[in-house]
Design a protein around this ligand. Sequence first.
Ligand code: 0X9
Ligand code: ZN
Length: 305
Amino acid sequence: TTFYERYHTLDDIYFWLNRTQQDNPSTVKLILIGSSSEKQPLYVLKLSLNDRPNKKAMWIDCGIHAREWISTAFCLWFVRHSLLFYSQNPDITHILDNMDVYILPVMNPDGYKYTWTTNRMWRKNRAVSKSSSCIGVDLNRNFDAEWCTVGASDDPCSEIYCGTFPESEPESQAVAKFLRRHKDSVQLYFSVHSYSQMLLFPYSCTLDEADNHNELLELAQHAAQKIRRFYRNTYKYGAGAKTIYLASGGSDDWAYNLGIKYSFTFELQDSGRYGFLLPPSYIPQACNEALTALKTITLKVIEKT
Ligand code: 0X9
Ligand code: ZN
């Protein structure tokens, strides 16, 4: 099996990031956007395959939740696909001709490391609390979208602890600051999670429909159809609140409210047999399914503009 068909430790991923930049000095940049509560660097990889003026951009983050290893594997898979098939595959070529891509492979490095060393099922970051001996904030409850109102907890011992205030965590704050700075160019936001095979879009923090709900629904539906046709696998799709559950403080809702009108959370394989413990042999198909969805949506968004 190749590097991309395995899961990797945090150190391996940092090594891979450096190596990828060094091997592709004209097309790959590494941007340090902040550091985690245990002072691990948060690197965004910028893919810029050609320099047209006024290029738009998309954002992809992986590994918000530590135990969702297939998510981080997807970010690596996407980079490999882009670098390998640019100018070979017409879809990825068209996408990269029109957009730069910002990729954050591990939003939660401390938690990710902890899943390798100590507890495979860890979800949150590893922040120490002032009021409790419990560790960690759920980074996908820490963004400023109806923060801590529903589907989140103010108990530091909860798996869905929202933190002490919106963006209290260095990881979520780094992402929010970066996207605020780049919001005029970033048109698409993708956050990659597992598991349950869903293509979700705002809102999750309220039952209200997003302004462009029908447009988002159509994009997600097309993506799910492609996955069904090519990979014979079923993905549910819809607004988060009605498709998975009501939950506030998520990055997708926050990015949407910032003005990124095409905002998605993907829940990758599987549908429950292995759950978070998806065997490495499933990495290729799981990643290709997500890649198909991402490409389908992005190509349609490029067509619109
Ligand atoms: O609950 C979550 O954060 C995500 N599911 S997971 O099993 N990966 O934890 C779903 C996120 C959907 N979007 C929002 N709640 N904003
Ligand atoms: Zn998740």
